[in-house]
Design a protein around this ligand. Structure first.
Ligand code: 2HG
Ligand code: ZN
Length: 467
């Protein structure tokens, strides 16, 4: 624990109330470790403001004494971007969970930054809409955190990432100024796109307090399939991944309503079945599986069956109602917890042009077989429709980044991105300069300096502390 400046402690208590200014280690502990258990640090305290005015007052008070702050939502981040490192104050946004009635005419939903994705989805559904964004951590992940990380998830293929779903934000700067861009105008070119700039800024520029999300009408029909594939041995690269890429490309061409194309490989399938006690999947000996989802105004069953007439498709299980659909999704969605049951994972969230994914996966297997200790596990899965692979390594100690280095070096060598949807956080900060040009990093640092000249917002995330 780090000790708080006593005057600041009194001021924060006066702003948020005693019950929401946590200074005791037993109370602050859950805010100090990330979901994976890999990132943990010390904090001076946790404040839980109730509204935007209180957020602004907290930031102003912290600014006066130079107290650094880590904004935190549902604490489901995977790159250590939402937990304190060295005595920062945790600014928890979870109490900002106001949720307006969906505006069906404008097709938008207004919600506080601390609203969980699941709560926002339920509000949209009650009015006949969806958010067009979904991910496995929906019950805890908050909308503000999803803006800060430009979260992606399983429907990016059709509706884009958080950046595309966002019609406006309200945010507070390090010096307590509030900016609202919540009109939801599709056309609005008055100066810089501040909303766009905050998406993916990982809490380093301002604190998001409210969001306006675009809605899509709930489709009449939605079907999900778990499809076992034969290895595409005649293609270059890892045969299961190559098959998934080939079949996904075919599905995309023939199924305009394709919403999700998710990849599972044998190591992950075996682990998730064992961990979650799931029945054997279709084609148990497959080289890969796809979870695909198609949504349309008409019944897409026949269209999907025709699209699955592909030489690499071995077998499929299809579901068109809620219970059976979520039973198929479990094979994919329970990967993250199944992996954590093996130990503290190293998570490398990388993306490639589709044509390079299989070659990367093959090179990864070869290099890790050589470099990884024999008792370690490599589990890869992800959003194949977006070229996004979640490389999970369990074995090396949390602070041992030699294999992380190998994976990210290989990623760059294959023309990929070192962060597809989880962000840079503290986990990948050291690789920023290899992934972006010197001029690019310099521009980003100028933006950071303009928004947060004293470096009080999420120091040590994205950039080194010294920069
Ligand atoms: C997912 O796609 C999340 O389920 C988590 O992005 C990925 O656990 C992971 O590596
Ligand atoms: Zn993901």
């Amino acid at each position: 624990v780090a000790t708080i400046d006593p005057r600041l402690g009194r001021e924060l208590t006066a702003i948020v109330g005693e019950a929401h200014c946590l200074l005791e280690p037993e109370l602050t502990a859950p805010y100090c470790t990330d979901w994976t258990g890999r990132f943990r640090g010390k904090t001076t305290g946790v404040v839980r403001p109730a509204d935007t005015a209180e957020v602004a007052a907290v930031l102003t008070a912290c600014g006066r004494v130079g107290q650094p702050v880590v904004p935190q939502g549902g604490n489901t981040g995977l790159v250590g971007g939402g937990v304190p490192r060295d005595g920062e104050l945790v600014l928890s946004l979870r109490r900002l969970h106001s949720l307006a009635e969906p505006d069906g005419e404008a097709g938008v939903l207004q919600a506080g930054a601390g609203t969980t994705l699941a709560a926002a989805q339920a509000a949209a559904a009650a009015a006949g809409f969806e958010l067009g964004i979904d991910l496995a951590a929906r019950d805890s992940a908050t909308l503000g955190g999803m803006v800060a990380t430009n979260a992606g998830g399983i429907h990016v293929l059709r509706h884009g990432p958080m950046r595309a779903r966002l019609a406006g934000v309200e945010a507070v700067s390090a010096d307590g100024q509030i900016v609202r861009r919540m009109d939801g105008l599709v056309k609005d070119n008055v100066g810089y796109d501040l909303t766009g700039l905050l998406v993916g800024s990982e809490g380093t520029l301002a604190v998001v307090t409210e969001v306006l999300l675009r809605l899509v009408p709930t489709p009449e029909r939605r079907i999900t399939a778990l499809v076992g594939l034969a290895g595409a041995t005649e293609h270059e690269g890892q045969p299961g991944v190559a098959a998934a890429v080939t079949v996904t490309a075919a599905l995309r061409r023939h199924l305009p309503g394709l919403e999700a194309a998710e990849l599972i490989l044998p190591a992950g399938m075996e682990l998730v079945c064992r961990h979650a006690g799931l029945p054997r999947p279709p084609a148990p000996e497959a080289a890969a599986w796809l979870v695909i989802e198609v949504a349309d105004s008409r019944d897409p069953t026949e269209e999907m069956a025709a699209a699955l007439e592909h030489p690499l498709v071995l077998d499929a299980a299809v579901a068109d109602s809620e219970g059976p659909r979520s039973r198929l999704w479990a094979y994919r969605e329970r990967h993250t917890e199944a992996i954590s049951s093996l130990g503290v994972p190293h998570k490398l969230d990388v993306a490639f042009p589709l044509g390079r994914l299989a070659a990367f996966a093959a090179a990864l297997e070869v290099e890790l077989a050589r470099a990884a200790p024999p008792e370690s596990h490599l589990i890869c899965f992800g959003h194949v429709g977006d070229g996004n692979l979640h490389v999970n390594l369990v074995g090396p100690a949390p602070e041992d980044t030699r294999l992380d280095d190998l994976v990210l070096r290989l990623t760059l060598a294959h023309g990929g991105s070192i962060s597809a949807e989880h962000g840079i956080g503290q986990a990948k900060r050291a690789w920023l300069h290899q992934a972006r040009s010197a001029a690019d990093v310099a521009w980003m640092q100028r933006v950071k300096g303009a928004f947060d000249p004293d470096g009080l917002l999420n120091p040590g995330v994205l950039f080194d502390r010294s920069t």
